[in-house]
Design a protein around this ligand. Structure first.
Ligand code: AMP
Length: 188
């Protein structure tokens, strides 16, 4: 089983690239953001719990997303691998993921990290707001909070994964096609 992480700030293009990568390499794309939005749309207790946090641009608790990942892994045993998009987002989540994989003597194969400037994040998210209508994309204050949260809680994962030797950076400001080509080169 292969485990790839698609890493990067909000608006880096993870969702767009994930669809191409998952198709080409026969991976199951898991986006914790998409899973949470489905829970919100269905009005489940979990969705209701997550709603305010997401709409304000804050992270949901680690145990919530770790539980979602664990369930998805255990109910999809017949795939070639997984492409994690938007998970992990904290050191605690990364540690839990490592523990989970170690239970079956597995590990993260590669961390594909899309790198873009804060200014580009802002422009991309503001643009996406017009297309997808996500509440957390609409308000500049919420976008800023998501960027700050990324720097504070998620960016430390760069050093975490650099130490493992499977961390690869990809310039995220190229065209969609160029980014995809660069990712494919890294996956090999
Ligand atoms: P995304 O679609 O990946 O941008 O995620 C949208 C929102 O869902 C984030 O701003 C968080 O509020 C929440 N979320 C998604 N993934 C995670 C995660 N791994 N940990 C905590 N919160 C998450």
């Amino acid at each position: 089983m292969k485990y790839y992480i698609l890493f990067g700030p909000p608006g880096a293009g993870k969702g767009t690239q994930a669809k191409f990568i998952a198709e080409k390499y026969n991976l199951l794309h898991i986006s914790t953001g998409d899973l949470l939005r489905k829970e919100m749309a269905a009005g489940t207790p979990l969705g209701l719990q997550a709603k305010k946090l997401i709409n304000d641009g804050n992270l949901v608790p680690d145990e919530v997303v770790v539980g979602m990942i664990r369930n998805t892994f255990s109910s999809n045993k017949d795939v070639d691998g997984f492409l994690l998009d938007g998970f992990p987002r904290t050191i605690a989540q990364a540690e839990k993921l490592d523990e989970m994989l170690a239970e079956s003597s597995e590990k993260v194969d590669k961390v594909l990290s899309l790198v873009i400037k804060d200014q580009t994040i802002f422009e991309r998210i503001a643009n996406r707001a017009k297309i997808e209508g996500r509440k957390d994309d609409a308000d500049p204050k919420t976008i800023q909070n998501r960027i700050d949260t990324y720097h504070l809680k998620t960016e430390p994962l760069v050093d975490y994964y650099k130490k493992t030797g499977n961390y690869c950076e990809i310039p995220g400001e190229q065209t969609i096609e160029e980014v995809f080509k660069s990712i494919c080169k890294v996956i090999g």
